[in-house]
Design a protein around this ligand. Structure first.
Ligand code: 0FV
Ligand code: MN
Ligand code: MN
Ligand code: MN
Ligand code: MN
Length: 523
């Protein structure tokens, strides 16, 4: 028999499977609850958790129902880590356990020196449910103390982790965007397990190679469409659009979803620029009407650049309708058409406001803005492209924009404004949330920005509450809500909350892109 040498790809796959099994065995042999929690946390941050869903769920379920010993109860880090991971995975745990670290409702000064404990409590506080005052206290206590700690901590790695956490908490991050950073830290840490490290590096590179392939196909689509040249005023940022899709669903098997989302996000970006920057109000009214009727015969009334917009829209909607009908026996055409109509209805409201010099109140602005940011449409596309079984009732339920969807999209709008409003104001656009609030209350931009950050945290706590309440979102699976939240997490990461002055085109930092999509990790 002729022996053929395995191709390089096959050898890599074999090595990955072997490492995956090795890590599975390691997981099985870890028995102490704290060790288990730490391993789960590490796997998540290394970007490996998707290989071990069953193990992770089983372990957390046992920890949720199991007894803790006395040492555990004195350990702030253990208590906080348990709280965060259980809540992240949908197990309700009360914050009562933190009372052991308080006196008269305030956290003990004695825990000041426990930087690891403070850091874990800080991360846990972002899983608070609206109304849990002890967790609010935990947040302000830890975020202030951690800032002070930065000056006194000698452990440089711990210092780096604190800086990273203060920038954005884990609940607001996409772990894959930070995987390289974390792999580097993990490599140096005392409890590093070589097989886990090796698997993390290899898996990162395998996914990167897959993403490069996807991006190549998508670039072909985009350059064939030629919109970059035909509509030079519009943003031409395919890689950034791909990046968003990667944040929303990064797992390899969601490739189709990334393809559709990248196209949708790229096109939405172009249409948004047409409404915000380029089109005259008359043209925009006409365009909105033609799309509303979805009337290819009426297209002749449009200027050429708008014909390209309409045709590209029809083409993506038709293609996606075809795929979903073929694979799921459900006709989503009327739904997709509605999602775009709802979006353009909000775009035209903003264009009218801008043209008439109207200044909406923050409330009025947000009511329109949580849709005009594109959150609902991207979430709805994520639904039809990731669910194994698309249910008509789920689709309709989502289209009604239940509170959890609305809150998430409001956060998305607020964080977009946080990152893009300065550039938009200079260029000429409707006043953003920050400026609406300023003219409404007379506060400075700095105060207004702080107010928006508090609003964002408050809305997250409301989302956490809804996730745990049965009545409000019973038709959405825990995992789908997580995909939905990934959109706003990607927003937090890409708009780099806390920083201002990005021009809209530079929102996605180049080095992050290169690091994730171009440079493999040396093995
Ligand atoms: C928003 O642009 C924009 F490009 C986003 C949010 C990129 C990703 C989009 C989705 C994932 C939907 P811009 O700041 O111009 O939006 P507004 O609404 O402020 O004009
Ligand atoms: Mn815009
Ligand atoms: Mn806009
Ligand atoms: Mn914006
Ligand atoms: Mn805007």
């Amino acid at each position: 028999m002729k022996v053929t040498k395995p191709k390089q790809g096959e050898a890599i796959d074999a090595r990955a499977s072997a490492l995956r099994e090795e890590v599975r065995m390691i997981f099985k042999n870890v028995v102490e609850p704290l060790d288990q929690l730490e391993l789960i946390d590490q796997l998540q941050r290394l970007g490996l958790d998707y290989h071990f869903h069953d193990e992770i769920n089983r372990t957390l379920k046992n920890i949720h129902t199991g007894q803790k010993n006395e040492t555990w109860e004195k350990d702030l880090h253990a208590t906080a880590l348990e709280f965060r991971l259980l809540r992240q995975h949908g197990h309700h745990i009360s914050p009562e356990g933190f009372k052991r670290f308080t006196e008269n409702g305030s956290f003990n000064k004695g825990i000041r020196a426990d930087v690891q404990g403070l850091l874990s409590l800080y991360e846990a506080s972002y899983f608070s449910i609206d109304g849990e005052s002890l967790m609010d206290e935990a947040w302000s206590f830890t975020s202030n103390l951690l800032k002070d700690c930065l000056e006194n901590t000698v452990d440089l790695d711990l210092q780096m982790r604190v800086i990273n956490a203060l920038e954005l908490p884990l609940q607001w991050r996409i772990p894959r965007f930070d995987a390289k950073w974390y792999i580097n830290l993990y490599q140096k840490s005392g409890d590093m397990i070589p097989a886990v490290l090796a698997f993390a590096k290899l898996d990162f590179n395998i996914r990167q190679a897959l993403n490069q392939e996807e991006l190549k196909d998508l670039s072909r689509w985009w350059s064939k469409l030629g919109m970059g040249e035909k509509l030079p005023f519009a943003r031409d940022r395919l890689v950034a659009s791909f990046f968003w899709s990667l944040g929303i669903t990064g797992e390899p098997h969601h490739r189709y979803c990334r393809e559709v989302l990248t196209k949708i996000i790229e096109l939405i970006g172009v249409y948004d620029d047409v409404y915000d920057v380029y089109g005259t109000l008359d043209e925009l009214e006409l365009f909105t009407d033609v799309v509303q009727r979805w009337d290819i015969n009426a297209m002749k009334e449009l200027p050429d650049y708008m014909k390209l917009c309409f045709l590209s829209l029809i083409s993506v909607v038709n293609e996606t309708t075809y795929d979903i009908l073929r694979d799921h026996n459900i006709d989503t055409f009327p739904h997709q058409k509605k999602w775009f109509n709802d979006l353009f209805e909000r775009y035209i409201v903003e264009a009218r406001w801008y043209n008439s010099g109207y200044h909406p109140t923050l409330e009025e602005y947000l009511k329109n803005g949580f849709v005009s940011i594109g959150g609902p449409i991207v979430m709805l596309y994520s639904y039809i492209c990731t669910e194994d079984q698309i249910k008509k009732e789920d689709l309709e339920f989502n289209e009604d924009l239940p509170d959890i969807v609305r809150l998430a999209c409001e956060i998305f709008r607020l964080s977009d404004d946080y990152g893009t409003s300065s550039a938009e104001l200079k260029r000429g656009d409707v006043p953003s949330s920050i400026h609406c609030y300023m003219s409404e209350t007379g506060v400075s931009e700095e105060v207004s920005r702080e107010h928006m950050m508090n609003l964002i945290r408050k809305k997250w706590a409301q989302i956490n509450k809804l996730r745990f309440s049965k009545e409000n979102n019973n038709s959405l699976s825990w995992s789908f809500v997580d995909i939905m939240l990934n959109l706003i997490r990607a927003g937090h990461c890409l708009y780099n909350a806390g920083d201002d002055g990005f021009s809209v085109e530079d929102v996605v930092a180049k080095d992050t892109l290169v690091s994730l999509l171009v440079e493999p990790i040396p093995l």
